[in-house]
Design a protein around this ligand. Sequence first.
Ligand code: GLN
Length: 280
Amino acid sequence: MIIRKAIYEASLKLKKNNIHTSVLDSEILMSKVLNKRKEYIFLNSEKTLNKENIDYFKNLINERSTGKPIAYITGKKFFWKDEFNVNQNVLIPRPDTELIVDQILKIYRNKKSLTVLDIGVGSGCILLSLLKEKEGFVGTGVDISSECIKICKKNIKKLKLNNKIRLFKSDVDNFSYGKYDLIISNPPYIKKTDLKYLERDITNFEPKMALDGGLDGLSKIRKVINKSSKLIKKNGKFVLEIAFNQKKKVKSLLRKEGFYINSILKDLGKNDRCIISTKI
Ligand code: GLN
């Protein structure tokens, strides 16, 4: 079978299984099978595939048909300026979260050195992207999951940031190490009862631990705010990702802990997504 035909058939199968990006996904998985860039596929679409490649491709398409996200099949996801290693133990980095990186870089445009803490570091996408942009910034990442710590370590190595990041496997409640100029967190903030209404690809494949915000969606956010108010330096900034409908409650939690609200950022879908505050 030639490449073009294999992709065509695969995309029909994905479409039947309600995958909306069926052609794109088939092309990405073909790139993985052939270990080539996507351009190669277009330029060589008439080339015949060997049996081994056809079988491998079919397996990957079968996996994708179940709803398993492409990032978990390829083990990679591009975020900000780098490709991150991911697996099913970490949340897939989201384009909306890139806005946080962008905003922080704007705030600290003229800053040369800074200590940064990321609570719930996951794959490390936010912290590592920041530290790669700013040479003099050093970072600490905390995560309750040892599997996340493993993946994050891999990414630190990949981005060559070993000498300026330390990682701790810890629950936020039990972490009380250091004082920071900047604290960032993208904590689990989905209401427990809403988890089942997320898209199939998310509900069935992404780690519940990274999404589940307890009964009111705020249980982890509360912990992160309380702890941050102790770990942050005076005048330090706190950047927190939230759900579209949590602004009011989170603002009041922050104020109670002595934070001044600087601004609310909207995401690509124009929903409130991130609160920036300062410890006073
Ligand atoms: N900090 C990581 C991210 O932004 C993990 C977040 C999470 O698992 N809730 O992707």
